[in-house]
Design a binder for this molecule. Structure first.
Ligand SMILES: [Zn+2]
Length: 543
């Protein structure tokens, strides 16, 4: 080092450097505390009576990429306050190192910044390269222990949303302070009970923005009855657009076939494959459950954190496709599905007759199984035969006059939602043909534009007329959307009046997903939470 020992000082009060030397590639700095008095940590009375001294060892910021170890001689003092229970105390070194810490405060804060910024393992690698002493566990412990306390500030406006902890099967909850734009907490589940308990600990909450009526609505009613709920505008608009897109793609909701769903390959010899299959079955069933409740494909994909194309494919299927398609066994009526359908079509209605015919074909199953099968086939036939008026189904969209290719439902839905001044010239051309050639398009568009204006306009008196117009417009996608709004009407009204929206919560969820992936999906919720929360202002290193 190009310095003399005398010119090197430590930037801590009452600490004097006595020597330093490079020992085994570590800068060892010897120093002593030179304070003449110290305050007792119990009674705060100042004492000038030294009892003894001892050596503390801890690390500081590295020099030239090499670790620095400080060996500091500190004193023990006698407390002279006769009322104090503590007779001897060790010297505190505020601003330098915490009691029992292995790093100076400034070194620990850099380790926390590394952990917060890049995570445990990469943080440890980077720290070692820079000359810090501290493995992954140290860094994560520092980070989790020193994270922003959740009651650091009393939040007033909170956004609640869920995130997929494991694709489509386990969920957590994220809570964002919408006023201060920062994450308050990351909870490991999304139950109404635990969210309600979390809310109950924070009586300062006045407004809760959340997605559609569900778990968080229940949790808010239980845990924060004082708070008003806001249906999230971001999701409301997205939901309407997805429904319009669905309508324009000509897709309709269909019942799931439980007979086919039950064939879940449980008799496979390969258990792990059977387990995987069961997981897929559950996911498939959940996709259909949500779809039946009126969720859109895009919403389901986002919610379950699975590929949108997969959801799109699945909602059109009545059963999860067999990966290794094998014929149903002779004990299953499904094996004779085609023949049985033909018999039923020819007017054979009695189950006994169908059963006897199937036995002739080789059916080895029970009469009860056959009866369930027939009942189900009939219920499906009934569901499919209730016809929707022909003009309500969009068969195909017109061609884009500019390119000559067919307009996709996604583009058509986007144009449908977009106010005229924002349309490009090409989109104006598409709008004209959509208005002319798609029955009901102009009606949907008027309602969609009005709905968005309504959400921005802060005038709740416009909501009721919109709802009644929407319910009478005759387009199922819009009628269903309006009906769902009615279920949650107070929160929708608040969405019109209040300026808050979960748009930023959505952004935080994307950040969380990115963090989770960067940690190979192995991060604990505590660590995710520590990395999602902002660091305290005092964390930023000062020299
Ligand atoms: Zn004392």
């Amino acid at each position: 080092m190009g310095m003399t020992q005398n010119s090197l000082t430590l930037p801590f009060p009452n600490v004097q450097l006595t020597s330093f030397a490079l020992i085994d590639d570590v800068w060892v700095v010897e120093a002593a505390s030179i304070g003449t008095v110290a305050a007792c940590p119990s009674c705060l009375v100042v004492s000038a009576v030294r009892h003894s001294s001892y050596e503390r060892r801890f690390c500081d910021l590295p020099i030239q990429g090499r670790p620095v170890q400080i060996r500091l001689t500190v004193s023990r003092w006698r407390c002279r306050n006769s009322d104090c229970g503590q007779s001897i105390f060790t010297e505190r070194l505020p601003g330098m190192v915490a009691p029992r810490a292995r790093q100076t405060g400034r070194a620990a804060s850099i380790l926390r910044l590394l952990g917060h910024g890049v995570g445990g393992r990469p943080g440890a690698r980077l720290a070692a390269r820079l000359g810090f002493v501290g493995n992954r566990t140290t860094i994560l412990r520092h980070l989790i222990r020193h994270q922003l306390l959740s009651d650091y500030s009393a939040p007033r406006v909170v956004g609640l949303d869920e995130w997929a902890a494991r694709k489509g099967t386990r969920f957590g909850t994220i809570a964002v302070d919408l006023e201060r734009r920062r994450v308050i907490d990351v909870l490991p589940d999304r139950s109404a009970v635990s969210t309600a308990a979390w809310l109950a600990e924070r009586p300062s909450i006045e407004l809760i923005a959340r997605d559609r009526d569900g778990v968080y609505a229940d949790a808010s009613r239980q845990g924060a009855p004082q708070a008003r709920q806001i249906a999230d505008r971001f999701h409301l608009v997205q939901n309407l657009r997805d429904r319009i897109e669905q309508h324009l793609s000509g897709r309709r909701q269909r019942p799931v076939n439980p007979i086919e769903q039950r064939q879940d390959g449980a008799d496979r010899a390969n258990f792990s494959r059977a387990d995987k299959r069961k997981g897929l079955q559950r996911l498939f069933a959940r996709v259909h459950e949500l779809f039946r409740q009126g969720w859109t494909v895009a919403d389901i994909a986002r919610h379950l954190d699975i590929n949108r194309r997969r959801v799109d494919k699945w909602v059109r299927l009545e059963a999860l496709p067999e990966r290794f398609q094998c014929d149903p066994k002779p004990t299953s009526p499904m094996r004779f599905h085609a023949q049985l359908q033909e018999l039923m079509r020819r007017g054979v209605t009695k189950i006994r007759w169908l059963f006897d015919e199937a036995k002739k074909l080789g059916y080895k199953g029970s009469f009860g199984h056959m009866a369930r099968y027939v009942a189900h086939v009939r219920s499906l036939a009934r569901a499919n035969s209730s016809p929707a008026p022909a003009e309500r189904i969009v068969r195909s969209l017109p061609l884009d006059p500019a390119s000559g290719s067919r307009i996709s439902p996604v583009v058509a839905a986007a144009i449908c939602m977009k106010p005229r001044p924002l349309l490009t010239e090409r989109q104006v051309g598409m709008l004209a043909v959509l208005n002319n050639e798609v029955p009901g398009f102009a009606v949907i568009r008027r309602l969609a534009i009005r709905f968005q204006g309504l959400l921005r306009g802060c005038d709740e008196t416009k909501l009721e007329p919109w709802l009644s117009d929407a319910k009478r417009c005759g387009i199922p996608a819009v009628v269903n959307f309006a009906r769902r709004l009615m279920v949650d009407i107070q929160a929708v009204r608040n969405a019109v009046i209040e300026p808050w929206s979960n748009g930023q919560t959505e952004g935080q969820i994307n950040r969380l997903k990115a963090l989770k992936r960067a940690m190979y999906g192995q991060a604990s919720v505590a660590l995710l939470c520590a990395r999602m929360r902002p660091l305290r202002e005092v964390e930023y290193h000062q020299m």
